[in-house]
Structures are given as structure tokens and as C-alpha cells.
Design a binder for this molecule. Structure first.
Ligand code: ADP
Ligand code: MG
Length: 375
């Protein structure tokens, strides 16, 4: 029996019918453009969320997470509705709801994706539950459909208007590769991402900062993009060129202009990053990562002092590139660093944080890993 199945047995007193795992993610480049039908280039990290599930005809859901101290939650199936208030269990209920499962269930969650660190523990949780339910009930959904159902759970049940990237990469990533994802049709291409062979490492820096703007700020950025799309009469930012944006500048507000400039330039940076990776040109990749951060900080204004501090300290220590990842206003940054300089860079970042009076950051590294799977 695998470890999550054993833990399920301890909690519920019998073995589960199925267990599954799904990873968190880091986005190499392509931030805040998944909801603009852009291209993104994330990879799955080694850390996963695990789920074990059994079905029954009790008419209730019993849910527990080993990351949450509380007792087992018991929710009548009839109470599953987006209007039901709740906490972390909404991510699980949202997936049950989006997949249309109407059976009683016992569900145990365990995982090691850090929560709320910008590494997408939310999508890992959704993708693990969706993978298990898809198999347990032989629903036959393909991976793009599962990704959209997980997104629906987070958008409509949890109430977070996230894009499609996190769920897609958690479900579709492959070992050793970053996933070039076309957010318009969810088609994917594996792009070999082997930093070790170039004597580099990708350092993940969790700033431990969580600013309150997170949800409202995210929704405002999306609203700006929607407004530009409506005013310029285009289908999405994906259909906008730099030239067209500049020629139509007077039709939109200054804020909308700089938000759109981020979207247009970031989509191009992703395509350029793919070419850089295919040519093993990590110097160019680093430059693109730096440009992405500048665009997120200055045009999209979703960075924060802790993220800028992590990025600046990394670059001062010789990183080829560094940028914030995820929604912003806190969470994590990444830095592409020579493997021999990783310890010195971590120390420089810690010192910069301490000099600024910030909470000590946490560091992670991860190889690009496999997406969700039934165990
Ligand atoms: P991120 O996705 O960057 O980690 P989010 O705020 O989007 O941050 O999602 C984090 C939330 O997801 C947690 O606060 C919790 O509600 C839920 N969550 C994720 N993983 C777990 C888990 N293993 N157990 C319980 N809740 C979890
Ligand atoms: Mg999340």
C-alpha cells in the first residue's frame, strides 16, 4: 500500500478505492497571460499533493487534510453548492461539484507543496482530486477537459478568478521538460529544460510575504485586460500586436495601455524563451526572465518590495535572470543561477531581507517533474 493509502486507512479505518498525486508548479516565463489566451512556459515541481478516496452510499462527504489540524469535516451531498461558506475544503468540494460526482465519499489529503507560496498548492489539490475521481468513476475526461473543470472549481466554487495555467501544468507536465502551453486551445509542447547540464540551478525563493491585494488585485488586472479587449474590439490580448496597441493608444486609459503592453510583450517573451531553450542559450533566457520581472513590476504592478528584493539580490549576486512568479503581491520568485554560486546567492538574499526587515525567506530547488497520476 502506498503512503497516502496507509494514512487513509489510519484515518478512516479501511483502505481507499483509489489514490492519486498532482504536483505544484513554477512558471519559468509567461505571467498573467493565461487568461489572455497567451502562451506560458511552466514546469511541474517534485512536490505533490496526494489524495486517497473511497466511495460509499452514505450521502455525505467526509474530508480531512493532514495539513489542517481540524477533525474530519462531514458535509451532506445536498449541501454542495458554491454559495456554501467554507475554507480549504472548498477546493475539494469544487472539484466534486465541477465533475458532477453525486456519490458519498471519504477523502484524505496530504501533501508537501507549500501552501500559499505561489507554487500552486491550490491547483495541485484540485488536480489530484480530479485525477482520482476521473479514474474512480470512469468519467473519461481528457487532460484539457479536467484542467478546465478544475479551473471552474476554483473560479466558480472557490471564487478565485484564476486562469488555466496552474491546473493544466499540474495535470499535463512531463519529466525533464517545461510545458509550452497554448492557453487558447490547451495544446502543449514539451520543451527540454535541463539546467543541470549547463551547470545552472533554478532557485525558488519563497518570500513568505502575502499582501492583502492578492485576490482583488488579480481581479482588477483581469478587468483591465477585459476592458482593452472590449474597447479595441479584439478577441483577446493574444490577437493584439505591439503596433496595433500603440496605434490605438488614445482609445484606452493609460493604465489599460501599460497592462496591455505587459500582455503583448510577455507573450512574445515566452516564444523567445522557447527559442533560447532550444538553442541552449541560458544567457538569453536569463535576460528574458529579467525583462519579464521588469514588466510585471512596472507595467502590471503586481510585484512587491519583498519580491523586488529577492530579484535584485539574486541579480547582484550574478544570477543570469530572476523574476517574481505567480499572481504577485507576495509568494515566490525564481532565479537562474550558476550551481557553484547557489549558496553565496542564498546568503546574499537572506542578508538583503534581513537588512530590509523582512521575514526570512525559504529556498527550494526542483527538477522539472511529471504531472498528475493515479498511484
Ligand atoms: P497557492 O496555490 O499559491 O499555494 P492559493 O492561495 O491559491 O496559494 O491556495 C492555497 C490554499 O489552497 C490554502 O490556503 C488551502 O485553502 C488550499 N490547500 C492547498 N493545499 C492544501 C492541502 N494540502 N490541505 C488543505 N488545503 C490545501
Ligand atoms: Mg493557487
Amino acid at each position: 500500500m502506498n503512503s497516502i493509502a496507509q494514512k487513509f486507512q489510519e484515518v478512516f479505518g479501511h483502505p481507499p478505492d483509489i489514490s492519486a498525486a498532482a504536483p505544484g508548479r513554477v512558471n519559468l516565463i509567461g505571467e498573467h497571460i493565461d487568461y489572455s489566451e497567451g502562451f506560458v512556459l511552466p514546469f511541474a515541481i517534485q512536490d505533490c499533493t496526494f489524495v486517497a478516496i473511497s466511495k460509499n452510499d452514505s450521502g455525505t462527504l467526509k474530508i480531512a487534510s493532514l495539513q489542517r489540524e481540524s477533525e474530519i469535516l462531514e458535509i451532506p451531498l445536498a449541501d454542495i453548492s458554491p454559495s456554501r461558506s467554507g475554507d480549504w475544503e472548498k477546493y475539494v468540494l469544487g472539484v466534486v461539484w465541477a465533475l458532477g460526482v453525486t456519490s458519498g465519499l471519504e477523502i484524505l489529503i496530504d501533501g508537501n507543496v507549500p501552501l500559499g507560496a505561489g507554487l500552486s498548492s491550490s491547483a495541485a489539490l484540485e488536480a489530484s482530486v480530479a485525477t482520482a475521481l476521473n479514474s474512480l468513476f470512469s468519467l473519461g475526461h481528457d487532460l484539457p477537459t479536467l484542467a478546465r473543470l478544475c479551473q471552474r472549481a476554483e473560479n466558480d466554487y472557490v471564487g478565485m478568478p484564476c486562469g488555466i495555467m496552474d491546473q493544466s501544468v499540474s495535470l499535463m507536465a512531463n519529466d525533464g521538460s517545461a510545458l509550452l502551453l497554448d492557453c487558447r486551445d490547451l495544446s502543449t509542447t514539451n520543451i527540454s529544460f535541463d539546467v543541470a547540464s549547463a551547470n545552472l540551478e533554478l532557485l525558488i525563493i519563497d518570500t513568505q510575504a502575502h499582501h492583502e491585494l492578492v485576490d482583488g488585485g488579480y481581479a482588477q488586472r483581469r478587468a483591465s485586460c477585459d476592458s482593452v479587449v472590449a474597447k479595441l474590439g479584439i478577441i483577446s490580448m493574444r490577437h493584439l500586436s505591439s503596433e496595433q496597441l500603440n496605434n490605438n493608444r488614445e482609445k484606452i486609459t493609460e493604465t489599460e495601455y501599460i497592462r496591455a503592453r505587459h500582455a503583448v510583450t510577455e507573450i512574445q517573451r515566452v516564444l523567445d524563451a522557447v527559442k533560447a531553450l532550444e538553442a541552449n542559450d541560458f544567457v538569453h533566457l536569463g535576460a528574458l526572465i529579467n525583462e519579464s520581472h521588469a514588466s510585471l513590476r512596472d507595467d502590471y504592478t503586481v510585484s512587491c518590495p519583498e519580491l523586488d528584493c529577492a530579484v535584485n539580490a539574486s541579480i547582484s549576486s550574478g544570477a543570469l535572470g530572476a523574476r517574481m512568479v505567480g499572481g504577485g503581491f507576495g509568494g515566490s520568485a525564481i532565479a537562474l543561477i550558476k550551481a557553484s554560486e547557489i549558496e553565496a546567492t542564498k546568503q546574499a538574499i537572506e542578508k538583503a531581507f534581513s537588512d530590509s526587515g523582512f521575514v526570512k525567506p525559504r529556498f527550494f530547488t526542483s527538477l522539472p517533474s511529471q504531472g498528475a497520476r493515479v498511484l
